[in-house]
Design a protein around this ligand. Structure first.
Ligand code: SF4
Length: 352
């Protein structure tokens, strides 16, 4: 069973309780006295039961930062909040964000019109996602923001929204007129990793049941095997998950499947040791890579990718499979070609 629970208190900056999102949240949460401002330096003073409603001062839509030397899928990120309480042991956010509270940007609503203007331009990028610093559907039951974006994108042929989640919070999406312009993607893993390292997320069975319901609602689906973690029994474990995906949803409903081996900034190691002392995920053979992250040595990554690609192709020979943030040499060893610099972007744009 998932340990996830919704926040209970809403702490907002002055003026944001009067926004549509602020009003909606106020109906469900205990509302604290508004504050003139809530700055990142204040975040550590709050806990997982707190939801902070603040103003985002920067750009709401930004390209995925990518990393030089690694092949990026070129998504644009709609930035609507920060933090995640699913508490995966390997989560990179632990190394970046000094908060256990969740942050939503209350001024997002006003900016969504600008997103619409951007989508209206034929030369704007094709693919967008939410949730670089959170899970796209974590608070969907409270906010309805995912459903709002699905409706927005439905009106823009040639553009595509990807919602990425480890939850089964899909109720608000079922039955929407999405126009085929949204892919809902589930992060998945081997059963042992999902159970041990993702204990706040929906179980693998629930994620796949949610995917199946969305397929019935006409959505296309994505699956992200990220992070692939070497553990006793990893090979049959990952094959089992591949088989379960294709049992749960028709192959033609799957837009893409990505693979990304576990990687982390060195400073994450101490944080994980403190927060999750029982995990063994850092025990593998890692090297410091060119992007400053610890990665499994290349032959181990290639071996894992090959096992997954073979299992996926066996289930669906035409499946669109790609590697997340890998270098050209690994691409060549796994697929026999190197899509640098923008072949992956073109490949995924064609799926749109
Ligand atoms: S679901 Fe993603 S963002 Fe949330 S804790 Fe897990 S890895 Fe981090």
């Amino acid at each position: 069973m998932s340990r996830f629970r919704l926040p209970r208190s809403l702490i907002a900056e002055t003026g944001l309780l009067e926004t549509p999102l602020g009003r909606r949240l106020s109906e469900r949460l205990t509302v604290a006295e508004p504050r003139p401002s809530i700055q990142p330096a204040d975040y550590p003073g709050f806990g997982p039961d707190d939801l902070l409603l603040t103003r985002h001062r920067g750009e709401f839509v930004k390209p995925c930062p990518g990393t030089r030397g690694y092949i990026c899928c070129g998504l644009q990120i709609i930035h609507f909040g920060l933090g995640c309480t699913l508490d995966c042991t390997y989560c990179i956010l632990q190394g970046y964000l000094d908060t256990r509270a969740l942050v939503l940007f209350g001024n997002l609503e006003a900016k969504l019109d600008r997103v619409g203007d951007m989508l209206d331009q034929t030369d704007s990028p094709h693919r967008y996602c939410t949730g670089e610093f959170t899970d796209s559907l974590l608070l969907e039951g409270l906010t309805g923001l995912g459903a709002r974006l699905v409706r927005l994108f439905a009106g823009f042929p040639g553009k595509l929204l990807e919602l990425k989640t480890k939850t089964d919070h899909i109720e608000s999406l079922c039955g929407l007129d999405h126009g085929g312009r949204t892919v809902v993607s589930f992060s998945v893993n081997a059963p042992a990793v999902a159970a041990r390292e993702e204990s706040g997320a929906a179980t693998l069975a629930r994620r796949l049941a949610a995917a199946s319901r969305l397929a019935e609602s006409g959505y296309r689906l994505g699956f992200h095997f990220d992070p692939l973690i070497r553990h006793p029994g990893w090979e049959p474990g990952y094959r089992e998950t591949v088989a379960r995906i294709f049992e749960a949803v028709p192959a033609e409903r799957i837009a893409w499947i990505s693979l990304g081996a576990f990687r982390y900034l060195p400073r994450l190691k101490a944080v994980v040791a403190r927060r999750h002392p029982r995990t063994r995920i850092m025990d593998g053979e890692f090297v410091l890579a060119g992007d400053g992250k610890m990665r499994y040595v290349r032959p181990l990554r290639v071996e894992m990718y090959r096992v997954l690609v073979k299992a996926i192709r066996k289930a669906s020979p035409d499946a669109c499979v790609y590697l997340c943030m890998e270098n050209g040499r690994v691409w060549r060893e796994v697929f026999g070609f190197d899509p640098a610099p923008d072949g992956l972007i073109r490949m995924l744009d064609q799926r749109v």
